[in-house]
Design a protein around this ligand. Structure first.
Ligand SMILES: [Fe+2]
Ligand SMILES: [Fe+2]
Length: 373
């Protein structure tokens, strides 16, 4: 009914409002009509993850947003270090003797006794295993696990961090160090391109665990430490996976910094990453770590959304694209979902599915990969 009280209060729910978030408008990363190239299933299966990411307007917009945000860092040395790590996420930490590090981590109770190694496959410690913009956002089956997923994840987080800094200032007149918050958020997953390298079946490598969390977290902190980034940035980065608000949670963050320091060959206390005695973060605890943690919460929605969406994509792949049997567990389906998600993102398509249902979702997939008759 036109003019109802509900319409008066909420306006048109379907229209969606334009608003500024972390310096961008609400549809800043949406592909313009015609920007998504519609391809055949055969073309899709023959593509590699790099060319999928490179062809995505949405992925490339997220990558540009990350670099624009890095360029907002006021400190020139920090700005160039962050840009260098984003452009060249080379695993320099892997120059160290892995066996010795494994033994030291086990002795410090920071690595499972059964673990044989800590480094993913590394052809050259001076070169990036793949560009940041081509990597998945997480392990296979988790959030944004498609080509370019990492930069869409980090762009959302950086937008959240920028908005949080603005909001704390606007509401409380609280100054968060924006250089530290930006650098920590931009670098928090910097070694995912190394950890989650693409495999021939178009899925990605499994991840090891170090100090009770995903290896990417520890290796990313270690890389920042080894490259000499300021302690405030390394500490804030370490808080991405948890915050130091209670003794138990802080103990985890302390362990991640201890493990990263061992891998980087650094002394965490002498570097100012831990308080004297090594039991807590530097005191008093700074707000930038909390901001980094809060802004890394994209996964709360995106893990579940990606998993529910993948179930639907499998049904669509079988019914409309005749991908069946073992092909649903291998390269044909993996490439199918990788191309669809790299072009449209799991978040955009999950919203379509949750609001409009499975057949509308299938229609949207058909606008990316031509359905079989
Ligand atoms: Fe992470
Ligand atoms: Fe993350």
């Amino acid at each position: 009914m036109a003019g109802s009280r509900r319409d008066f209060i909420f306006g048109s729910l379907a229209a969606g409002a334009m608003f500024a978030v972390g310096g961008m408008t609400s549809r800043a990363f949406a592909a313009a009509p015609g920007e998504v190239k519609v391809i055949s299933l055969e073309e899709c299966v023959s593509m590699n993850p790099l060319s999928m990411a490179e062809s995505s307007a949405k992925v490339m917009a997220a990558w540009r947003y990350m670099k624009d945000s890095a360029n907002m860092i006021g400190n020139a040395g920090l700005r160039s270090a962050v840009l260098d790590m984003l452009e060249t996420p080379a695993p320099t930490v892997a120059e160290s003797d892995e066996k010795a590090l494994v033994a030291e981590l086990k002795k410090a109770d920071l690595l499972d006794e059964k673990a044989a190694g800590i480094f993913p496959v590394c052809a050259d410690t001076g070169r990036r295993p793949q560009p940041s913009w081509a990597a998945p956002g997480s392990g296979w089956g988790s959030h944004h696990a498609y080509p370019g997923g990492l930069v869409t994840h980090v762009a959302l987080n950086v937008a959240s961090a920028r908005a949080l800094c603005d909001n704390y200032k606007a509401v409380f007149d609280m100054d968060v160090d924006r250089d530290v918050a930006l650098a920590a958020q931009l670098l928090h997953d910097v070694h995912k391109p190394w950890v989650f390298q693409w495999k021939d079946d178009a899925s990605c490598l499994p991840e090891a665990t170090i100090a009770g969390t995903g290896a990417h977290h520890i290796l990313s902190i270690a890389e920042s430490m080894k490259r000499g980034l300021p302690a405030e940035v390394c500490v804030a980065q370490a808080c991405a996976h948890d915050h130091p608000g209670t003794p138990a949670l802080e103990a985890s963050v302390v362990n991640w910094i201890r493990a990263a320091a061992i891998i980087a060959g650094r002394d965490a206390v002498a570097d100012g990453c831990l308080e004297k005695g090594g039991k807590t973060l530097p005191l008093p605890r700074r707000p930038e770590g909390f901001v980094t943690h809060l802004a890394d919460h994209d996964w709360v929605l995106s893990v579940s959304a990606a998993q529910w969406l993948t179930v639907e994509l499998k049904k669509i792949a079988a019914e409309r694209y005749h991908i069946r049997g073992k092909d649903l567990e291998g390269r044909p389906f993996n490439s199918f979902r990788n191309y669809v998600l790299s072009q449209r993102s799991a978040m955009e398509l999950y919203a379509v599915y949750s609001r409009n249902g499975a057949s509308r979702l299938a229609g949207e997939v058909g606008r990316v990969i031509t359905a079989k008759s």
